[in-house]
Design a binder for this molecule. Structure first.
Ligand code: ADP
Length: 244
């Protein structure tokens, strides 16, 4: 299973002829089969980072999945799953069809599709909603169905961009449980971005704090919570009006 290595990654854009750096010469390695949470304030570069990892942006530097450089590999040829806060479900089709779609377009046979969709739906506790349309299921079920769709091709890497932002408190606990279970079971290396410290501590094996386009701290949940790094303390200070 792959680890992900990022070498001298930079991303910038031009604003009135001025070059603005969003990611500034980032080098980091994400260990295999773990949930890595990239935590940072809004605007720190989290989504840009995730999009670079997934090959959606033109960046400087190099990204490796295991020892293979993937800079020139188009997104469709990378074995990654992507989950965002928007539910990836077709409004007019049943949930089975939405989950099955990535297999259908790569030519998987009907019996195999049925087997795989039923299996993952069972894993995620949504077997009973496969014949329903998106408007007939709860938000928590919709996000679990989106997760099933992202993982149906059994990717070795899963990239998650604030996946629980649109999910209420009760459903969040439930989805976190299923998320951790399935990422572990399928040996997936995942990068999960969020601005929410509570979210980060609930799902992470490791946390990486991103500040103005640079990683300023990383470690286990405990390392980060008890860190004396001034950048970590500053980040916590910025949350002091939020309940934890
Ligand atoms: P985060 O996900 O941490 O909120 P983003 O990666 O979305 O941060 O964006 C980081 C910063 O870079 C934001 O201020 C955003 O507006 C800016 N940015 C990123 N890409 C561009 C672009 N192509 N043009 C203009 N601004 C951009």
């Amino acid at each position: 299973m792959p680890y992900i290595k990022v070498e001298n990654l930079s991303f910038s854009y031009k604003d009135k002829k001025k070059k603005i750096n969003v990611l500034d010469n980032v080098s980091i390695t994400f260990e295999t089969n773990k949930i890595h949470v990239v935590l940072g304030k809004s605007g720190s570069g989290k989504t840009t980072f995730l999009k670079c990892i997934n090959g959606l942006l033109d960046y400087e530097g190099h990204i490796f999945y295991d020892d293979a450089v993937v800079d020139q590999v188009p997104i469709g040829e990378r074995n990654t799953g992507y989950v965002s806060q928007e539910f990836a479900l077709y409004p007019h089709y049943d949930i089975f069809t939405s989950i099955a779609y990535p297999l259908k377009i790569n030519g998987t046979g009907v019996d195999e599709i049925r087997k795989r969709v039923n299996e993952i739906a069972k894993e995620l506790g949504i077997a009973e909603i496969l014949s329903r349309k998106p408007k007939q299921i709860s938000i928590g079920q919709a996000q679990r169905a989106s997760l099933a769709r992202a993982l149906i091709k059994r990717p070795t890497i899963c990239l998650l961009d604030e996946p629980l932002s649109n999910v209420d408190y009760t459903n969040r606990q439930e989805i976190r449980y299923y998320l951790k279970k399935i990422l572990n079971k399928y040996n997936i290396t995942s990068i999960y971005v969020t601005h929410d410290l509570k979210e980060a501590t609930a799902v992470a094996d490791y946390i990486y704090l991103l500040d103005e386009g640079k990683f300023v701290a990383y470690g286990t949940v405990e390392d980060i919570l008890f860190s004396k790094n001034p950048k970590v303390r500053e980040f916590f200070e910025s949350l002091k009006d939020e309940t934890f």
